[in-house]
Design a protein around this ligand. Sequence first.
Ligand code: M6R
Length: 612
Amino acid sequence: MCGIVGYTGSKEASEILIGGLKKLEYRGYDSAGIALQKNGQVVIAKAAGSVADLEKSLDDRFKAVKAGIGHTRWATHGRPTDQNAHPHSSHSGEIVVVHNGIIENNRLLRKWLIEEKGYSFRSETDTEVLAHLIEEYYDGDLLEAVRKSVSTVEGSYALVAVTCREPDRLVCARKDSPLIIGFGEGENFIASDIPALLNHTRNTCILEDGEFASITAEKVEVFNLEGCPVEKEIFKVNWDIAAAEKGGYDHFMLKEIMEQPVAVRETMRQRIDAAKGRVVPTEFEISPDELARLEKIYIVACGTAYHAGLIGKAVIEKLAGIPVEVEVASEFRYREPLLGENQLAIVISQSGETADTLAGLRLARSKGVKVLAITNVVGSTVSREADQVLFTWAGPEIAVASTKAYLTQLIAVYLIAIYLGEARKTLKPEKAAELVKGLLALPSQLERILSEESIAKLRSYCDHLATWERAFFLGRNLDFPVAMEGALKLKEISYIHAEACAAGELKHGPLALIVEGLPVIALATQKAVLDKTLSNIHEVNARGGAVFAITQEGFDDVARQVESVFYLPPVNDILAPVLAVVPTQLIAYYAALARGSSVDKPRNLAKSVTVE
Ligand code: M6R
């Protein structure tokens, strides 16, 4: 989720690259760098910090140069340091690359390059592998060397390479990470996102997976994996810069909702052995001894991350048989919890900077409890202070309302639960394999849920909801935390007062509030309690409540009771929360839209709550 820019033409390359990077800073902003082709050399400037800092550091060596590449980084592999900033150069310094994505077989390739080929590495990044590989295969044609290199890598990449041996030529390749070529007069561009191009050209083409391009000032040539030329259609961009930053969506929140299939896929990458049907813990590990002694887990988090923790409790207890307590961090830190030996604390925080969560982490560590952090930000305080970290790879989340980060937090807790269950032998290998298969199916199921046709089904209900000042969310079992997350999202951005109610609790009080037309969103995805949930829906119906049910395809009894039904693709009940929360995010979004609220920046709220 970083930003890439490339330029070749007759203008001052550094200015174009810096300008493009500034337009992409919303994609990643922990470090930045550029590399320019000058007098048979490639000169590089890169550092942790902002693009503005980078710009200030550029001296005369970076002037009067006509081609180069740039990058703004959102750290995944390796901390946000000067060394880890892109561009990365090969052993000899002759090949330089910028890259977005994840090279999954990075470790293997790194080992091979060091042990068999004598390369040495300067950074912790997976990208550096690409620079050395391209050098290894370089034989006078950069395009061919890039093609050979990417055929040995597994994972995702949008990469642009340059070499001092082929001045003014950029070579790029793409798989599972966007790259767009911009066409100018006597100049051409490459970028990971359209905003970087719009000050220069609106004529673009999108590189598809498996395609490569060779770009000079005069010529753009695109090839497929087999090396055959590909005719590309030119696409004229009509968006303004603000719309382009949001990928053409009206709000970052909607863009981030739409990015969820990719975010989920990225977070599972390298952590699942699909062939063996197993979770492979690359970052977190618990020794057999610790595992045998583990008596209790605390999960500590705030807001949406706390809701991910509630799902974590249910799945860890079910799959690994370890008692779990989930606590809102602001309560945990002041209530003297019984922390002690044989415990593990898991803290969850998108930003990794939430003051209460951080205090919870410090409290646990001060009592000798090992802390595993789930966070989205490499280099954040939580990631630095925890004993172990499982990063979610959702990419930067800009809207205050958390969506894609939440889904990746869920993936993280499933990975932990399956890993613990397998290690403690409370989860049979066949069952683990079934869950792993279910996890791998989630991205395409999410794509289905996010189709236009599917969204159209909830728009008219949102118009009704938007006219009310209060609403209920109901659910049992794993549907209850989803209801809590749905209610939080709705109140946060639409300002409708929403309450989540464990469906079985209705009769104990909240039922008194149900009146004709009151919006009630009922989650009914859990087979084991479906009849019970249906009878609660019936109670609401009987009092005139306007029920919108979210259920699985095949649960036909729901449609017999409710007019508005949103069907999720059939899914293992344990994994259903990942899918079920998405229509609740969309409901919140469209209700807020109908009420004209400030979707991305709701009143009184901040993205990261770094003070108490
Ligand atoms: O960065 P964190 O995950 O620690 O943030 C925790 C909460 O502040 C956050 O989830 C908040 O509840 C969101 N705005 C909800 O959408």
